[in-house]
Design a protein around this ligand. Structure first.
Ligand SMILES: [Mg+2]
Length: 112
């Protein structure tokens, strides 16, 4: 795995070289590619079992891995453009809120 310094230097180069608008457009494109692959995975998962369907699912799974990497890289660019500290603080808030909700849902499900 590459080190964090290499990642950060590369993110800086992307932004400096291509600019904010280009990085935002790329992020939109990559998010839609991941969306498409997830939709395909769900659709193919519901098909009846066959060798061809298994092969397609395997290809789609690889595409999901690739598109997830693309989206995470782009999300780093968006964080840099709009505020890394603010995004980190919002993630803390969202995770804490989500944790409360899921813990409550688990408690309610077990109480039934
Ligand atoms: Mg892509």
């Amino acid at each position: 795995m590459l080190n964090k310094k290499f990642y950060n230097e590369t993110y800086d180069k992307f932004l400096k070289t291509y600019g904010q608008e280009s990085e935002m457009r790329l992020c939109i494109e990559e998010m839609s590619e991941l969306t498409k692959e997830l939709c395909k995975y769900i659709r193919y998962s519901k098909n009846s079992k066959s060798d061809e369907n298994d092969k397609n699912l395997s290809l789609i799974k690889n595409n999901i891995i690739e598109e997830t990497a693309d989206v995470l890289i782009c999300a780093e660019q968006i964080k840099r453009i709009f505020g890394e500290k603010q995004v980190a603080a919002m993630m803390d808030y969202k995770i804490q809120r989500g944790r409360k909700i899921v813990d409550e849902d688990i408690k309610n499900a077990n109480g039934r």
